[in-house]
Ligand binder design. Structure first.
Ligand SMILES: C[S@@+](CC[C@H](N)C(=O)[O-])C[C@H]1O[C@@H](n2cnc3c(N)ncnc32)[C@H](O)[C@@H]1O
Length: 283
């Protein structure tokens, strides 16, 4: 079955598989719950995960094309550089969280193949099965050896892996979509072995207010329009832009990584600070 038909089929089934009637207790819990941001909108914490899920369910099929269109292809260079900074070697067991359609995982496999590194493996974990399905199809097309890559549906805030399972952890353009960044970092720390490396690629704050203004104009005026023209959807792309503005700045995020227990935390800005790479170790 093609991916488009599979997605259509899942949508038809979804009223039967996912809808639930809330009990009075659940309703009361929701009313008392803390609020968080979904882009610029304020929502209950439990609502955010559902809304983010919907965004990526809707964009999954066009995700890769849209990435190229929105960044004019530059996201490829950021991701290539990110992998060079990770510099995997023999025996690297990588967990790529919020791995979506596999961009980071495929770069990892290409890197270890080019370097002839032995005994390496990547696990792609994402909360959204639609994104993973696209990734699996891409992986087959790229002819990656199935034993070098695994796909796992799971929440970054509650990873379905044992303690000390991996020696490298990456998360690219994923953490800002999570409701509790501190929980994501705690989980990253838990699943990494001592000596393991944490690396995060994420949109950040520009170094200069003038360039930040230009970038804001581009983001708010152009990206949702591209979303509408290319993917027929405005709202998910408006959310993507807004979520970037809500994410902590580079220094605050560095502090959060340290608070989770990581050491040797550092970051590097790329493209004037449009994105940054945070790196840390579990010692
Ligand atoms: C912008 S995409 C990034 C995908 C990929 N890392 C890349 O760089 O192309 C964000 C991904 O985060 C995933 N995601 C959002 N919240 C998540 C969570 N709580 N746990 C795991 N994945 C999550 C989404 O499903 C989506 O695939």
């Amino acid at each position: 079955m093609s991916l488009r038909r599979l997605t259509k089929f899942k949508r038809l089934l979804s009223p039967f598989t996912t809808s639930r009637t809330l009990t009075t207790q659940q309703n009361q819990n929701i009313n008392e719950e803390k609020e968080t941001h979904f882009g610029f909108e304020k929502v209950k914490e439990s609502e955010k995960e559902r809304k983010v899920h919907k965004v990526f369910e809707n964009v999954a099929l066009d995700y890769d094309v849209m990435n190229d269109a929105m960044s004019l292809g530059v996201h490829r260079l950021w991701k290539d550089y990110f992998m060079c900074q990770l510099s995997p070697t023999d025996n690297t067991k990588l967990l790529d969280v919020a791995g979506g359609t596999g961009d980071i995982a495929f770069r990892f496999l290409q890197y270890v193949k080019n370097g002839n590194y032995k005994n390496c493996h990547v696990t792609v974990c994402d909360i959204n099965s639609n994104m993973l399905e696209v990734g699996k199809i891409r992986s087959e097309r790229l002819k990656h050896q199935p034993e070098t890559i695994s796909w796992k549906e799971g929440n970054a805030e509650e990873l379905p892996f044992n303690d000390n399972s991996f020696n490298a952890y990456t998360i690219a353009f994923g953490i800002r979509n999570c409701t509790h960044i501190d929980k994501v970092l705690e989980e990253a720390y838990r699943v990494l072995q001592p000596g393991g490396r944490f690396m995060c690629l994420e949109f950040s704050r520009l170094e200069n207010s003038y360039t930040q203004w230009m970038y804001d104009q581009y983001s708010f005026q152009v990206i949702p329009v591209l979303g509408q023209l290319i993917a027929g959807q405005w709202k998910p792309y408006q959310y993507l832009v807004e979520s970037i503005r809500q994410f902590p700045n580079q220094e605050d995020f560095k502090r959060m990584i340290e608070e989770a227990g990581f050491r040797q935390v550092s970051y590097e800005n790329l493209t004037l600070g449009v994105v940054s790479i945070h790196s840390a170790f579990k010692l």
